[in-house]
Design a protein around this ligand. Structure first.
Ligand code: PLP
Length: 388
């Protein structure tokens, strides 16, 4: 299947990004921060009542965090290192949530000392650590959600707990002198089935009601995580449709007086803003009669494309070469046979594709630079340029 530029970028934007890329050595990702600003505005426009906490793990570049700080975003942080980076851009600690449920007691203390007062949890051990290291803080408990089969990058098994346990934890939070503040979930990244939100919001409602009625605990917040779509090969509904449906689910369960709603977008804000530019190293066949060609390129699983694991994320790949398409296997440059990006999903690339030709991997602004290995096979981490 050939990839059409206009399905992903306006002509002018693509021209600008390609023009910037043309005389630079590959591989690298070029990120247009205008696209991020637009995506942020679109999200706010669709969820005007929500507070946005950008999931910094998607791309922690200061060019992005500074832009989003100026636009009024808050930040979902996964580690003390992200925290330092974001605080250094002038973000107030009151705009930060420690969203990782897996954390050391001393790291909780570090966040607390820096002024952060909002913490996620999903286990008793972590909750007790928070009570000691961050006394009096606001707690939200992450619950498990379904949807792992319809998310391209599922997150629902490792994090979260069953609703019954969430109830226990929120009650314990109060006993430990913390503020039981809300419930969170993440439906899985690049979640294609909007109905998954319906089921999990219904679970949240039960937790809110049970705690109010049986324990006099009034929760104030729902953190709906990420999961909103970026523009890859497999099409999704528009953000507008996601928002309309999710708001309908919220109102069905909570009425017009919604609790505080937090969103933690990563992929949907950043991915479309990036184009990863790579060069074909070799095109080869494995036998005289093999129909299939192997295209080896100078970027791979270890230099930013780890989300091609199990071919989960199917990035659109464009080349300037025109002509008859033939199925290819696409692999990276390292001496590791895991470094194959696509083998089962059949990408078609022109028959005349040759060493030195460039491949443009669209929608690669999120989870590429931050995932890139530091020195595997001696290759440096993926370079990134930010333009606007
Ligand atoms: C706690 C948390 N929030 C938000 C996100 C961002 O999700 P997405 O990239 O699907 O928007 C993640 C992704 O891993 C996450 O772990």
């Amino acid at each position: 299947m050939s990839v059409k530029i206009e399905d992903y970028y306006s002509r002018e934007t693509f021209k600008k990004m390609k023009g910037f890329a043309d005389d630079r050595e590959t591989p690298f990702v070029v990120i247009d921060t205008n696209i991020i600003a637009q995506a942020y505005d679109e999200l706010v426009g669709n969820f005007p009542f929500a507070k946005i906490y950008y999931a910094v793990k998607a791309n922690p570049a200061t060019e992005i965090t500074e832009l989003l700080r100026a636009k009024g975003s808050n930040f979902d942080i996964a580690s003390i290192y992200e925290l330092d980076k974001v605080l250094a851009t002038g973000v107030e600690p009151t705009r930060i949530s420690y969203g990782n449920t897996i954390k050391k007691a001393k790291d909780i203390r570090y966040f607390y000392e820096k002024g952060v007062r909002l913490f996620a949890t999903d286990s008793e051990a972590d909750l007790r650590n928070i009570a000691k290291a961050a006394p009096g803080s606001k707690i939200y408990v992450r619950i498990l959600s379904e949807g792992s089969t319809t998310a391209d990058w599922p997150l629902s098994r490792k994090f979260g707990c069953q609703p019954d346990m969430a109830l226990d934890l929120l009650i314990l939070a109060r006993q430990l002198g913390l503020e039981p503040y809300g419930v969170s979930f993440h439906v899985g990244s690049q979640q294609r089935d909007i109905d998954v939100w319906d089921a999990v919001i219904a679970k949240v409602k039960v937790i809110f009601e049970r705690l109010r009625e049986e324990d006099g605990i009034v929760l104030k917040m729902i953190n709906m995580g990420g999961g909103f779509p970026a523009n890859y090969m497999t099409k999704t509904n528009s953000l507008e449709i996601y928002a309309q449906e999710i708001i309908r689910f919220l109102k069905e369960d909570f009425g017009d007086e919604l609790p505080e709603i937090i969103l933690e977008p990563g992929r949907s804000l950043i991915a479309n803003a990036g184009i990863l530019v790579s060069e074909v190293v070799l095109v080869a066949r494995k036998s005289r009669t093999a129909v299939e060609r192997w295209v080896y390129t100078d970027v791979g699983k270890f230099s930013g494309l780890i989300e091609t694991m199990d071919e989960a994320i199917k990035f659109p790949i464009w080349t300037e070469k025109k002509g008859e398409l033939e199925e290819v296997v696409i692999a990276g440059p390292t001496c590791d046979s895991a470094d194959i990006m696509y083998e089962n999903y059949k990408y078609g690339l022109p028959l005349n594709l040759a060493s030195g030709d460039r491949l443009y991997w669209f929608s690669t602004g999120a989870y590429t630079t931050s995932y890139s290995a530091v020195e595997f096979n001696g290759f440096p981490p993926l370079k990134a340029y930010y333009i606007s």
